[in-house]
Design a protein around this ligand. Structure first.
Ligand SMILES: Cc1ncc(COP(=O)(O)O)c(C=O)c1O
Length: 377
C-alpha cells in the first residue's frame, strides 16, 4: 500500500511506545507522563452538572467564553501577560493539538525551528511533519540542563522561524531562570521568530520560580493545559494564548477544519479549575511529588548514577555508563521496570533514561531502583 509521502516525516512516539511495552504484569511503569492522582472533585462535579444540563453540543471553535475568560484572567494575574483577553485564547484537545496548530500556522516547508536538546519527543516530529527542519540547541547535565553559552551560540547561528521553550522541561525537569528566558526572548525578537512557550508543568515546580516569556514578547504563543497539574491527561484539554490575536485566529482556522472544538462538558468542568478547591489538590500533589523526587534522586546517588536534581515536572533524567540507552531500556523491561530511553529526546539524551515518578509511590520507586541496580551491575 502506498501512503502519503508526509508519513515518512512523522515518527512513532517513543513515550507511547514504551508505555505500551510497560503494560505487562509485574512491570513497574516509570514511563508515563502523568500522575496517579484523580482529577479534583470540583472539576468532575462541574462536568457532571454540564452533562445533566445537556451541554453536549458543539461549542464555539475557540472554546466556551466563560472558560476563555478565566484563562485570560489567570494569564494576566499569575503570568503577567498584559493585554490578553478571551479572543486571544484558544481552547483545544490538549496542549499537543495546540502545538500542532501553532507549528502548522507558522512553519513553511524548509523553515528552521530551534529546539532545546533534549526536549519532549513530539516537538521534532511535529516540526518535521509540517516540513520544517530542526536546529538543536544543546543543554548539558553539568549545567543542570539550563541553556548556557553553547546553547546561545547555536541559537545566534540559527535563523529560526520559530523557537521552542519548555520550562519546566520534559525530560530533564530543568526550570529556566528568568534571565535565561529573557535572553531567549530577546534573541527571538531580534530574529523576528515566533516563540512557543510550553508551560504545561508550570505548577509542578519544587525550586525556583516560573517565568512566562509571554509576559515580555508579543510573538510568544503560550501553551498550557490541565493534563499535568490537575491529572486530566484523558480529558484532552489545553489552551494557547498570544498577545497577537492574528496567530490565534489562524490556529483557530485549523481547529475549525479539524477537531471543531474541545469536548463541551470537559470545558465546563475546567471552569472549576479556577476555584480554590482544585488549586489545593495541586498543592497536595506537588508536595507528594517532591518527596518522591527526593527519594528517587537519593537512591540514584547511592548507585553512583549521574543525575541532575530536577527542579520541576515529575521526571528524573539520569545518565548511565551503558551508551546504548535503547538497549538498556529494553533490558530493564525484561527485568521488570519500564523507562523511556533518552536518545529520542535529542542527541544530548544519549545514554540517559527518563524515569517518571509521577505515577509511582515511594514503595514502587524503591523496588524499581533495586531492579535498575541489578540490571546495571
Ligand atoms: C512538554 C509537554 N508538552 C505538552 C504535553 C501534552 O500535553 P496534553 O496532554 O495537554 O496534550 C506533554 C505531555 O507529555 C509534555 O510533556
Amino acid at each position: 500500500m502506498e501512503y502519503a509521502k508526509r508519513m515518512t516525516r512523522i515518527k512513532e512516539s517513543t513515550t507511547f511506545k514504551y508505555s505500551a511495552l510497560a503494560r505487562k504484569p509485574g512491570v513497574i511503569d516509570l514511563t508515563i507522563g502523568r500522575t496517579n492522582y484523580d482529577t479534583p472533585k470540583a472539576i468532575k462535579d462541574a462536568t457532571k452538572k454540564a452533562l445533566d444540563e445537556g451541554k453536549v453540543h458543539y461549542t464555539p471553535t475557540k472554546g466556551i467564553p466563560e472558560l476563555r475568560e478565566r484563562i485570560a484572567e489567570k494569564l494576566i494575574a499569575v503570568n503577567g501577560i498584559e493585554g490578553i483577553d478571551k479572543e486571544k485564547v484558544l481552547v483545544s484537545a490538549g496542549a499537543k493539538q495546540l502545538i500542532f496548530e501553532a507549528v502548522l500556522a507558522t512553519v513553511n516547508e524548509g523553515d528552521t525551528v530551534a529546539i532545546p536538546d533534549p526536549s519532549w519527543v513530539s516537538y521534532e516530529s511535529i516540526v518535521e511533519f509540517a516540513g520544517g527542519m530542526v536546529d538543536w540547541l544543546p543543554t548539558y547535565p553539568e549545567e543542570g540542563f539550563i541553556p548556557g553559552e553553547r546553547f546561545f551560540s547555536a541559537l545566534e547561528n540559527s535563523m529560526p522561524k520559530l523557537i521552542f521553550l519548555n520550562s519546566p522541561n520534559n525530560p530533564t525537569g530543568a526550570v529556566y531562570p528568568k534571565k535565561v528566558i529573557k535572553r531567549i526572548a530577546d534573541i527571538a525578537a531580534r530574529k523576528n521568530a515566533w516563540l512557543v512557550s510550553d508551560e504545561i508543568y508550570e505548577e509542578l515546580i519544587y525550586e525556583g520560580e516560573h517565568f512566562s516569556a509571554g509576559s515580555i514578547y508579543d510573538k510568544c504563543i503560550v501553551v498550557n493545559g490541565y493534563s499535568k497539574n490537575l491529572s486530566m491527561t484523558g480529558w484532552r484539554l489545553g489552551y494557547a494564548a498570544c498577545r497577537d490575536k492574528e496567530i490565534i485566529d489562524k490556529m483557530n482556522m485549523i481547529q475549525e477544519q479539524s477537531v471543531s472544538c474541545a469536548t463541551s462538558f470537559a470545558q465546563y468542568g475546567a471552569v472549576a479549575a479556577y476555584g480554590k478547591d482544585a488549586g489545593k489538590e495541586t498543592a497536595t500533589m506537588r508536595e507528594d511529588l517532591r518527596k518522591r523526587r527526593d527519594y528517587l534522586i537519593g537512591r540514584l546517588e547511592d548507585l553512583d548514577v549521574v543525575c541532575v536534581k530536577p527542579s520541576g515536572a515529575f521526571y528524573a533524567f539520569p545518565s548511565f555508563k551503558e551508551d546504548d540507552d535503547i538497549k538498556l531500556a529494553d533490558k530493564l523491561i525484561e527485568n521488570g521496570v519500564a523507562t523511556v530511553p533518552g536518545s529520542p529526546f535529542g542527541s544530548k539524551g544519549k545514554g540517559c533514561l527518563r524515569l517518571s515518578y509521577g505515577a509511582s509511590k515511594i514503595e514502587e520507586l524503591e523496588e524499581a531502583v533495586k531492579r535498575i541496580e541489578r540490571t546495571i551491575q
